[in-house]
Design a binder for this molecule. Structure first.
Ligand code: GLY
Length: 347
């Protein structure tokens, strides 16, 4: 069976690796746009993201549980480290404003002060989410590319998919001519709207600050801002949410908003050097949940629309898409993520 993955971002490559390991012949068509998986902060944090109690909860927490083993396998197949770290996350309460997070531990200001340097004095406590984790998502992308190729899948770089080549989708039309396959997986992230699906870009601006390794040990996740530690000491600060299409670039307002919120929460960061700023486009859907499962063309399977949660959901998306395409059937977990929940087929 030959499966063609449309999109060489984190989700497309994760699906490609899993399909290859299941024995499929796999070709990935990667047009080379900066994927959301490169721009992301690398959080594996469904509780901090407020997903408990939502229709996405079961999928999200199941994927968080898969991450440790998925990370170890990826490191083994690629020979590259990806810095998966079970760092935990702290949701600070500012003037007692944080809603309780059920099932989690409350830290008072003394516990906080010993765990997070330089916090603002108006942080009166916080919820400690010990099972949250983070990973270096850029390392994940590099490792996935290596692993996919090492396992014998092909990645065609610089190839743009322009649409179906025929009504039965025996092939897709591309900048390199028609490409035929037994099945296609649409993993074009924020660019998936070109297939008539309800996926729009939601721009996120980000920046990174310097610190010593270990200065920040856990994710700090507040309403307006989050801080994510890297093993080399970098602190990733994110992120704006802007509906501006594919407008590129960092803006003065975007950077000012992130820095103001970060310093209000952790004034101790004021002297830290600014290392980098960048932006990316989340694949946003109207209900903030992904589109996974059969798509609006025969032979087309969807793995897109992961909104704010692409890193978190990569392992379970890869696993369930592979199961569906290799005869294992559609998992009931996916029932809520059909594109059909938004009404009739977009064709
Ligand atoms: N998952 C965090 C973000 O999308 O900003």
């Amino acid at each position: 069976m030959k499966i063609c993955i449309l999109g060489g971002g984190l989700i497309g490559l994760a699906v490609a690796l899993e399909l290859r390991l299941a024995g499929a012949a796999v070709v990935v068509l990667d047009r080379g746009s900066v994927p959301a998986g490169w721009a992301a902060a690398g959080m594996i944090a469904p509780a901090a993201e407020g997903l408990a109690g939502t229709p996405l909860a079961e999928l999200a927490f199941a994927s968080r549980a898969l991450w440790p083993i998925w990370a170890a396998r990826l490191e083994e197949f690629s020979g590259q480290g990806i810095d998966y770290t079970p760092c935990g996350a702290l949701v600070p309460a500012i003037a007692d404003a944080a809603a309780p997070i059920e099932g989690h531990q409350w830290w008072d200001s003394t516990q906080l002060a010993s765990a997070v340097p330089g916090l603002a004095p108006d942080v009166t406590g916080g919820w400690w989410l010990e099972k949250e984790a983070c990973v270096d998502n850029r390392k994940v992308l590099t490792a996935l590319r290596l692993a996919v190729e090492r396992m014998g899948a092909e990645i065609w770089a610089g190839v743009t998919v322009t649409g179906p080549a025929d009504p039965g989708l025996a092939a897709v039309a591309t900048s390199a001519g028609p490409v035929a396959a037994d099945a296609f997986v649409l993993a074009q992230g924020a660019w998936s709207g070109a297939w008539g699906l309800p996926v729009q870009p939601l721009k996120g601006q980000m920046l990174a600050l310097e610190s010593a390794p270990g200065w920040l040990k856990a994710i700090i996740f507040s309403k307006n801002i989050y801080l994510v530690p890297r093993r080399d000491g970098r602190i990733v600060v994110g992120a704006t949410q802007e509906t501006v299409g594919f407008a590129p670039g960092n803006t003065a307002g975007g950077m000012a908003g992130l820095l103001t919120a970060a310093l209000a929460l952790v004034p101790g960061l004021a002297a830290h050097r600014l290392l980098e700023q960048w932006w990316g486009f989340r694949p946003a859907t109207p209900d903030a949940a992904p589109l996974i499962g059969p798509g609006p063309w025969p032979n087309l399977h969807l793995a897109t629309g992961h909104h704010r949660n692409g890193i978190l959901l990569a392992p379970i998306t890869a696993q369930l898409v592979t199961r569906a395409l290799t005869g294992g059937g559609e998992d009931p977990l996916l029932a809520a993520f059909s594109y059909r929940r938004f009404g009739t087929a977009p064709r």
